[in-house]
Design a protein around this ligand. Structure first.
Ligand code: 5GP
Ligand code: ZN
Length: 111
């Protein structure tokens, strides 16, 4: 399977690491949409939020623990977590990822 974020999680494609453990990898987005913008991904390949099941959801909970921990360590309290699911929602990489955006005012609803 040819997946960009699987390759990034394995270190085959370089990225700027925010956090890593056995299950999860977090790295700065190559095209930041806010002063702070990183992505949190499970190391196992899950296509999107639409492919979360009882069998694989533990790593999703862990992603959110990592997000909270990274926010504390990087020193921000206000942020947005986004996961685009499917083409119409703007998902360009088909490996589950949570965008973490911080450091500027944000509007709602998103475009
Ligand atoms: P999506 O559009 O699927 O919601 O988010 C994919 C994100 O991955 C985009 O924000 C894009 O800038 C980022 N991205 C795409 N390719 C790379 C890459 O090679 N390295 C990094 N660090 N980010 C990437
Ligand atoms: Zn993948």
């Amino acid at each position: 399977m040819d997946c960009l974020f699987c390759a990034i999680a394995k270190g085959e494609i370089p990225s700027k690491k925010v956090y890593e453990d056995e299950q999860v990898y977090a790295f700065y987005d190559i095209a930041p949409a806010a002063p702070v913008h990183f992505l949190v991904i499970p190391k196992t390949h899950i296509e999107s939020c639409g492919a979360i099941t009882p069998e694989n959801s533990a790593v999703v909970a862990h992603c959110f623990e990592v997000i909270a921990q990274c926010a504390k360590e990087l020193g921000f309290t206000d942020f947005r977590v986004v996961s685009n699911c499917g083409d119409q929602a703007g998902q360009s990489v088909k490996h589950l990822h949570f965008h973490v955006l911080s450091g500027r005012d944000m509007t709602w609803p998103p475009g």
